[in-house]
Design a protein around this ligand. Structure first.
Ligand SMILES: Cc1cc2nc3c(=O)[nH]c(=O)nc-3n(C[C@H](O)[C@H](O)[C@H](O)COP(=O)(O)O)c2cc1C
Length: 266
């Protein structure tokens, strides 16, 4: 019987191809099997970010000190799709099936921004987005809006929460960005994030005018109430954060919704 040459070129390639095929089938199978869990984790992460912005969950915590879970806390929110131009809720649109960021890329579902309008460097703004509203005894207690805008290296994605007066910031947090750790990446520093609650959003004329400053105005002044310390050594990221907050709370963002809710409608 002719002996098989295990070390022949053909056999070496055959073994390599079989190993590759087995591995790729295994990896693809695992990826498909884990997809539902990945989606659940993504959803849980999103809920945690919303709750942290709203000041309802501490940084890094997954339950409150009194044992309330993310799901329990998040169930206090109602989720709405909102027409950004009118500020009206779109009742027949299911928020769980709607991705505002995806729709911003679709010319049929978004609006091109002019250079003057586009302070957050978005190019296009979606026509509809999603908001999270917490009510206590029927009265609005928190409004959380998704925000995004360009920093130095890419777009920062996050949530901004407003208190019941829709004038005072509850918190701001980013769940995705490309800024440099230690510089622009300090947007994630809990110490810096603690500077946001209590900051006033609108100036006397009602325009969104938060300022990230190197030197604060004299304490007690109206200007100081709208100021947050800039990130040192990260002027571009700082400017990006200032612009994205003012864009999304302004007239081209959630401004029409904020005015409508302030007037007690919805
Ligand atoms: C490797 C590297 C990474 C940087 N990352 C950031 C960043 O994430 N955000 C930012 O605003 N500036 C970043 N900078 C600094 C900017 O280039 C610029 O010098 C800085 O924003 C100026 O800020 P300052 O006026 O507060 O000193 C980085 C610089 C270097 C060399």
């Amino acid at each position: 019987m002719a002996s098989i040459d295990k070390d022949s070129l053909t056999n070496t390639f055959l073994v390599a191809i079989v190993v590759c095929l087995v591995c790729s089938v295994a990896v693809s199978g695992i990826a498909v099997a884990l997809k539902p869990q990945q989606l659940l984790n993504k959803e849980l992460d999103q809920k945690q970010n919303i709750l942290r912005a709203a000041g309802m969950l501490d940084e890094g915590a997954v339950v409150t000190p009194d044992g309330r879970s993310v799901e329990e806390l998040f169930s206090e929110f109602s989720v709405h799709v909102v027409d950004l131009d009118t500020g009206q809720f779109i009742a027949d649109r299911d928020p769980s099936l709607f991705d505002p960021i995806k729709s911003a890329k679709d010319p049929a579902q978004s609006t091109k921004l002019s250079n003057d309008e586009d302070i957050a460097t978005l190019r296009r703004r979606e026509n509809a987005s999603i908001v999270y509203i917490k009510r206590v005894e029927g009265k609005l207690d928190k409004l959380v809006i998704p925000v995004r805008g360009y920093g130095l290296w890419g777009t920062l994605f996050g949530y901004l929460a407003l208190d019941s007066d829709l004038q005072t910031i509850s918190g701001l947090g980013f769940y995705q960005h490309k800024e440099t750790p230690g510089l622009g990446g300090e947007v994630d520093n809990p110490k810096w994030k603690r500077l946001w609650p209590g900051v006033t959003l609108f100036d006397a004329s009602g325009s969104a005018d938060v300022r990230l400053v190197k030197r604060r105005s004299s304490s007690g002044s109206a200007a100081a109430a709208r100021e947050v310390d800039a990130l040192s050594g990260a002027t571009f990221t700082t400017r990006g954060v200032q612009n994205l907050v003012n864009f999304w709370t302004g007239e081209l963002g959630f401004g029409p919704l904020i005015h409508r809710l302030k007037a007690g409608n919805g």
